[in-house]
Design a protein around this ligand. Structure first.
Ligand SMILES: [Zn+2]
Length: 423
């Protein structure tokens, strides 16, 4: 049963307020990929909100690659002049200025065997998804393979009616293995535009004009921490983390909801007097393989191992099915990670106590920021709705958010953290 203090905490937390936080963040900083102008505005916004609450702020500098699509891609079928809409993969390179003209070749799945007997030299390969999902997200190895076979560009057809932001990363956990060696421009187009492209290929109109314009450069940014001090063991603490960057798409769900949630938890929990401290972490450079939080952990590793009792990550909790926790997680270049059973069970039982219910998932394509804490032995979990159909698209807007689902996550985390802080 909830204690009086716990009941009051849950009573104070508002899903509607979290949604308003997200609306504000998306308005102030619609593009907040790490290192952009939007990132700076998002930093100001988050810091100002923490300062209003009188929380002590610490900044951890990070140095990571930034990326921006400076112009939308041009994909023009030469025979008809028809133009197709697409978006570049994050961290994708540009075509030469003025673009290039080349033939399309359908390579479908894009594995080694799919290139057998095909001449893609000087051509643009077209890849498809076999199912209605996000299976081709980490494009690094696919693009590397296309480039090694001599291709000059890659177009991925996504099954949804809108394109989504794929990534040029390899999908590895080790930061040194983040990118593949060979790169060519890569874009994603929707299923609808894909049908037009397939028609063109079928007719034999395979020549297209292709132009992409992106900027990749190293950048500096910060991970923001706000502290609410504990009364008895202030050096020991429980943290909440939410990444504030997006994928150069509005990012209301991914991860306005995480940012909005930590701001709301800070507002409510800063009025309480826990025995251990709370840390509210606004990370960035999550997009991709979570390099931002990795650098934060590298900077504070020994201290975190000593004093951080648990980390609760919130990533995409406003759209889709039931929020889930990652149970087993896999990266191709890391040991399988069993997430801490006691913490996952505690989250589930607190949720159940309040009449909520979450799920579990085995993650085979990498997992969010919580995994970086588990990797150094700091118990961590994530609540996540990975099945958002608008993921990394222009439709990831605040009007799709469900405040009820977000409140369930915030309530549960608040009580889990409160109990751990006072144990
Ligand atoms: Zn995210």
């Amino acid at each position: 049963m909830l204690s009086d203090v716990e009941y009051e905490i849950v009573h104070q937390i508002s899903g509607a307020k979290i949604k308003r936080n997200v609306e504000e963040l998306c308005k102030i900083a619609p593009d907040r990929f790490v290192g952009t102008e939007g990132d700076k505005k998002a930093i100001e916004y988050v810091k100002a909100r923490f300062e209003e609450l009188g929380l002590e702020i610490r900044e951890t500098p990070i140095h990571v690659p930034s990326w921006q699509e400076t112009k939308p891609p041009v994909i023009r079928i030469m025979a008809t002049g028809e133009e197709l809409e697409g978006i570049s993969a994050s961290f994708a390179v540009s075509t030469p200025v003025g673009g290039l003209t080349a033939d399309l070749v359908l390579v479908r799945d894009g594995k080694d065997q799919d290139y057998e007997g095909k001449d893609v030299s000087g051509k643009i390969v077209v890849l498809t998804e076999e199912s209605l999902g996000f299976s081709k997200f980490w494009m690094g190895t696919y693009v590397d393979r296309a480039a090694r076979n001599g291709a000059v560009g890659v177009i991925l057809i996504h099954p949804m009616p809108w394109p989504y932001r794929i990534s040029m990363e390899a999908g590895n956990s080790v930061i040194a293995n983040r990118f593949c060696e060979k790169k060519v421009p890569a874009v994603c187009i929707s299923g609808i535009e894909g049908l037009k492209l397939m028609h063109a290929i079928g007719r034999g109109d395979t020549k297209i004009h292709f132009e992409t314009s992106n900027r990749i450069e190293p950048c500096d940014s910060i991970v923001i921490s706000a502290f609410h001090q504990g009364t008895e063991f202030p050096e020991q603490r429980i943290a909440f983390v939410g990444h504030r960057d997006n994928a150069n798409t509005p990012g209301a769900n991914d991860n306005g909801t995480g940012t909005g949630t930590i701001l709301e938890l800070a507002r409510v929990l800063s009025k309480t007097a826990p025995k251990r401290s709370f840390e509210f972490i606004s990370s960035t450079a999550e997009e991709g393989v979570t390099e931002g939080i990795w650098q934060y952990i590298e900077a504070h590793k020994e201290e975190l191992k000593r004093n951080m009792k648990a980390v609760l990550d919130t990533d995409m909790v406003g759209v889709g099915g039931v929020p889930i926790q990652v149970d087993m997680g896999y990266w191709p270049d890391a040991k399988p990670q069993q997430h801490p059973k006691w913490l996952l069970d505690m989250v589930d039982s607190v949720a159940e106590e309040m009449g909520y219910g979450f799920g579990r998932i085995t993650c085979e394509w990498g997992y969010p920021e919580e995994g970086r804490f588990n990797a150094i032995g700091v118990p961590s979990t994530v609540l996540w709705q990975p099945d958002d159909p608008y993921y990394h698209s222009i439709y990831d807007t605040p009007d799709h958010l469900n405040p009820g689902s977000i409140k369930a996550v915030a309530d549960t985390y608040a009580i889990v953290a409160w109990r751990l802080a006072n144990k």
